[in-house]
Design a protein around this ligand. Structure first.
Ligand SMILES: [Zn+2]
Length: 99
C-alpha cells in the first residue's frame, strides 16, 4: 500500500491521483496510475485498468492495492468504481485493498 501511495503521486491527473499495484506472493507484477484527460475524446484511464493492461494474463490470481491522494497530497478514498470492479473480476483479481 505504501508503494501504491507513492506512485499515486506520479499521476498527471490534477484532481484525483490514483496509484495501483498488482502483487502476487510478495512479487510486484505491474504498476499503474490514472492518466490525464486526453485532448481527444476526454477519456481517462483508471489506475486499476492501467495496471491490468500492463499485466495482461499475468494478472490472474493477483492482489490489487489502490491508493489515492488528493490535491493536498493526503490519502483519500479510492474504492474501485463499478466499471473497474467488474474488469478486476474478469481478470481474476483475488483481493482488492484500497485507501
Ligand atoms: Zn475506475
Amino acid at each position: 500500500m505504501k508503494l501504491a501511495t507513492k506512485i499515486a503521486h506520479r499521476s498527471e491527473f490534477p484532481v484525483y491521483r490514483h496509484g495501483a499495484v498488482l502483487e502476487r506472493g510478495g512479487t510486484i507484477v505491474a504498476l499503474g496510475v490514472n492518466s490525464a484527460w486526453k485532448s481527444a475524446g476526454k477519456r481517462s484511464t483508471h489506475a486499476e485498468v492501467a495496471a491490468l493492461m500492463k499485466a495482461g494474463k499475468n494478472s490472474h490470481g493477483c492482489d490489487l492495492y489502490v491508493a489515492r491522494v488528493n490535491q493536498a497530497g493526503e490519502p483519500a478514498l479510492s474504492r474501485p468504481c463499478p466499471a473497474c470492479a467488474s474488469v478486476l473480476k474478469t481478470y481474476g483479481i483475488r483481493n482488492v485493498y484500497h485507501t
